[in-house]
Design a protein around this ligand. Structure first.
Ligand SMILES: NC(=O)c1ccc[n+]([C@@H]2O[C@H](COP(=O)([O-])OP(=O)(O)OC[C@H]3O[C@@H](n4cnc5c(N)ncnc54)[C@H](OP(=O)(O)O)[C@@H]3O)[C@@H](O)[C@H]2O)c1
Length: 359
């Protein structure tokens, strides 16, 4: 049962060196998989009431996988979009949501060079809203003792997305300006910190003064409340009419359309989401006469198509996390059983930073 499910192992001392696991056989193997464990299932597409507690058999790690004793689960806006049935190529109900989870390795499958008890955070292809989850060994980050599981669960998707959008896709130079929309959100808080540490001039939008204060604390030079002022006009004023070099847009709709106007010649938008529920559209004439460009980024698809390009960011990001250089902002935590409340808060824009579930 949910409240009497398992004996936890004592926490091991962790190696602090960031790495992606290799493929040598482990000494440890799964011993007992008969327990049933709690998970949260989306029974159908719909509002948060479709999220239900279910019991299921504890999963077994297949070859190349580990079994995680989950301590914290990252909630992503994509989980909300998938639940609504609005996610391109998303899962069909019933399914267990969840694309990142932190915890200790409980068991390993064949060909995995990992040890039972290691502290890790995993990127998952679903099934993360659960007490136990299996994860591909290639998609694990080590979690140093200095980083809590709750912080770790807020790290991989949002920091990898922010890093790759800024650098690999967005090609941000330290002399340039960058605008981060939803600057107090999960990806936004990561992007503001990374852009600021890179030396860029950072602009950020958000809907409340509290969110803007958070973005400013993290390194946003020009916080803009887009509910009170037109961000395209404001950034034009602030750049003396030059416009912005790079814009990270996870909102879409009107925000995307106005972002095209806010770009400088040779400026780039990296479109990585549509939290507004509406994708962005653009007239290509505006792009070609303005010498402006738009790139699309999707972490999961990029990992499938070019894992080396994605994982090239891991050593630097992991080192920054371990050194305390980056702050994983976790605005709210919920019990796993209250996943519906977490989704509601995220949809209602009541959250800052990352939302995390704790089994
Ligand atoms: N491409 C990828 O690989 C990838 C990876 C991670 C995330 N994403 C996408 O990136 C976006 C941000 O994800 P996140 O998990 O970090 O979420 P988040 O930014 O923490 O939350 C979404 C934020 O978007 C803003 N927003 C604007 N219009 C909204 C609306 N109609 N409904 C709800 N929120 C709205 C809100 O900020 P304000 O109140 O300040 O407006 C809200 O807090 C999402 O679109 C997500 O799907 C994409």
């Amino acid at each position: 049962m949910w409240w009497m499910r398992r004996c936890r192992r004592s926490r091991p001392t962790d190696s602090n060196s960031p790495r992606i696991s290799g493929g040598l056989p482990s000494l440890f193997r799964l011993a007992d998989v008969s327990e049933s464990v709690l998970a949260i299932e989306a029974s159908e597409f719909g509002d948060d009431s479709v999220l239900r507690q279910v019991e299921r058999d504890r999963p077994e790690p297949g070859p190349g996988e580990v079994l995680l004793d989950v301590e914290a689960v990252g909630v992503n806006f994509a989980d909300v979009m998938q639940r609504r049935g609005h996610y391109h190529g998303g899962p069909e109900p019933p399914y267990v949501p969840g694309m990142e989870a932190a915890g200790t390795i409980e068991a390993t499958g064949d060909g995995v060079d990992r040890e039972v008890g290691e502290r890790v955070v995993a990127m998952l292809d679903g099934d993360g809203y659960a007490e136990y989850a299996t994860a591909p060994a290639q998609a694990l980050f080590d979690v140093p003792e200095s980083v809590s599981f709750v912080e770790a669960a807020g790290f991989p998707v949002q920091f990898l997305t922010a890093y790759l959008c800024l650098h690999d896709w967005g090609d941000l130079d330290e002399s340039e300006s960058v605008l981060v929309h939803a600057a107090a959100g999960g990806v936004g808080t990561a992007a503001v910190q990374l852009a600021s540490r890179h030396g860029a001039e950072v602009y950020g939008t958000a809907s409340t003064s509290e969110k803007l204060a958070l973005a400013e604390r993290l390194g946003c030079d020009h916080p803009i409340n887009y509910t009170e002022t037109d961000f395209a006009e404001e950034t034009a004023d602030l750049t003396d009419g030059d416009g912005l070099d790079l814009i990270l847009d996870g909102v879409g709709g009107d925000t995307f359309r106005k972002s095209v106007d806010a770009l400088a010649p040779f400026g780039r938008i990296v479109a990585y989401g549509a939290a507004s529920g509406e994708p962005g559209t653009v007239d290509t004439a505006t792009l070609l006469f303005g010498n402006k460009s738009v790139e699309g980024f999707h972490l999961g698809r990029a990992m499938q198509r070019d894992p080396e390009r994605v994982f090239a960011a891991v050593p630097e990001l992991s080192a920054m996390l371990a050194s305390g250089d980056l702050e994983v902002v976790v605005g709210q935590t919920f019990d796993l059983a209250d996943a519906a409340d977490a989704h509601r808060a995220l949809e209602n824009r009541e959250t800052t930073g990352k939302v995390v579930l704790e089994p």
